[in-house]
Design a protein around this ligand. Structure first.
Ligand SMILES: [Zn+2]
Ligand SMILES: [Zn+2]
Length: 361
C-alpha cells in the first residue's frame, strides 16, 4: 500500500463543482476524497497546490462544445501537486512524494496506432482532465501515473500550472509549424494568456516574431518578451499589408491562429508566403475555418490542426520554462473566485493567466 509517510488522506475536501452542464459553478466543502484503497492500478491521488484556469474549462462548464463533458463535473486541467497515494499493483516510475502536473490529456492507452505514433491526445480511449474525468479545481485529484508530468525541481507550482495547457499547446504548435531558425512567425493575440507564452517559445526556437494584438500594455509586454515586430489590429487598417511589410514584402512563414473569428484564417492565408504553414490551435465551439481555396493551393499553404500536446511535448515545454527561458504572467486567486473568473473570461476582461492557489483556502 502506497501512501505518503506521515500523511492522512482526509475524507472530505473543497471542490468547485458544475452540478449540471450549462449550470453555474458552486464551491462544495464536503466533497469525498478518493482513498488509497479505492484507487485502481495505475491511478494516483494528487494533492493539488496550484491550478490554472483555461478557456476550455469555461466551454466544459457551459456545455457549448460538440463533445459533452461528464456531469456533475469538477473542471480544471492545469494542476500541479504532490502524489500522496498510488493504487495497489501499479507499475510506474512515479512514486509518492513526487511533484507532478496534470494536463488536459489525463490518460491514454499507449498501445493504439495514435499512441504508438505519439499522438496520445488522439487516442480513442483518451481521458480528459476536467472533462471526461474530474479535474484539478479540487484539493485532491485522481490522475494516472503514466501521464502525469514530473515538474522540474525549483520551478514554482503556480508557474508550472500554466505551462501544462497554455504552454504545451503553443509549444507543440510552434514545434510543428514547419519553421526554421530565422523564419517569421505571426502570433495573433500575442499579448494574451496563450500568446505571451507563444512569443517566448518562438524566440527560444530562433524564430522572428510578429506580434498582433491591441493596446499599449500588450505592446510593451510583447516587445519586452522579444517580439521583432508589433501590429496593433485596432490601429492598422490592412493587417495583411503590415505583415508583408514587416517581412520585407514576402509574407510570414507561419502563423499560430487561436481565434474563433474566420477573418483570422482568411488573413493568414493572405499574409503567409508561398509554402507557409497555418497552425489552427483554438477550440471554439462552432466557428468554421474560412480561407481561399484558390490561394491555399496556389501558394502551397499547409493548414494544420494542433491539439494540446503529448507527454514529450509537456516534458520539453516544462523544461524550457523551468530553465527560465519562458516566464508566465499570471495572477493568483483563490478557488471561490472561479465563478467570477468565468464571467471575466466570457467578457474577455481577463488579462494573462489566472492561477488558483489551493494551499491557501
Ligand atoms: Zn486548457
Ligand atoms: Zn491509445
Amino acid at each position: 500500500m502506497s501512501v505518503l509517510p506521515n500523511f492522512t488522506i482526509p475524507k472530505t475536501q473543497t471542490v468547485a463543482l458544475v452540478e449540471k452542464s450549462g449550470g453555474t459553478v458552486a464551491i462544495k466543502n464536503d466533497w469525498p476524497v478518493t482513498q488509497q484503497n479505492q484507487l485502481k492500478p495505475g491511478e494516483c491521488l494528487v494533492k493539488i497546490q496550484a491550478t490554472g484556469c483555461c478557456h476550455t474549462d469555461l466551454h466544459a462548464a457551459l456545455g457549448d462544445w460538440p463533445l459533452k463533458a461528464k456531469s456533475p463535473l469538477i473542471g480544471g486541467h492545469e494542476g500541479v501537486g504532490i502524489i500522496v497515494a498510488i493504487g495497489d499493483n501499479t507499475i510506474s516510475d512515479r512514486k509518492v512524494g513526487d511533484r507532478v502536473g496534470i494536463k488536459w490529456l489525463a490518460d491514454s492507452c499507449l498501445n493504439c496506432e495514435q499512441c504508438r505514433n505519439g499522438r496520445e491526445q488522439n487516442c480513442p480511449d483518451a481521458k480528459l482532465s476536467g472533462f471526461t474525468v474530474d479535474g484539478t479545481f479540487s484539493e485532491y485529484c485522481v490522475s494516472f501515473c503514466n501521464h502525469v508530468s514530473p515538474i522540474p525541481e525549483g520551478f514554482s507550482s503556480a508557474e508550472a500550472a500554466s505551462i501544462l495547457c497554455a504552454g504545451v499547446t503553443v509549444y507543440r504548435a510552434i514545434k510543428y509549424s514547419q519553421t526554421q531558425h530565422g523564419d517569421w512567425i505571426v502570433l495573433p493575440g500575442a499579448g494574451g494568456g496563450l500568446g505571451h507564452l507563444a512569443v517566448q517559445y518562438a524566440k527560444v526556437r530562433g524564430l522572428r516574431v510578429i506580434a498582433i494584438d491591441s493596446g499599449e500594455e500588450k505592446k510593451k509586454l510583447c516587445l519586452d518578451l522579444g517580439a521583432d515586430a508589433w501590429i496593433d489590429f485596432k490601429e492598422t487598417k490592412d493587417i495583411v499589408a503590415a505583415v508583408k511589410a514587416a517581412t520585407g514584402g514576402e509574407g510570414a512563414h507561419s502563423a499560430i491562429v487561436t481565434t474563433a473569428h474566420p477573418s483570422g484564417y482568411t488573413q493568414a492565408v493572405d499574409y503567409l508566403r508561398g509554402g507557409g504553414t497555418l497552425m489552427a490551435v483554438g477550440l471554439p465551439g462552432e466557428a468554421k475555418l474560412e480561407a481561399s481555396i484558390f490561394f491555399t493551393v496556389f501558394k502551397s499553404i499547409s493548414i494544420l490542426g494542433s491539439y494540446v500536446g503529448n507527454r514529450q511535448d509537456a516534458y520539453e515545454a516544462l523544461d524550457i520554462a523551468a530553465r527560465g527561458q519562458v516566464k508566465v504572467h499570471y495572477v493568483c486567486k483563490r478557488l471561490p473566485e472561479l465563478k467570477a473568473t468565468y464571467e471575466g473570461l466570457k467578457e474577455g476582461t481577463v488579462a494573462g493567466r489566472v492561477v488558483f492557489d489551493l494551499e491557501q483556502q
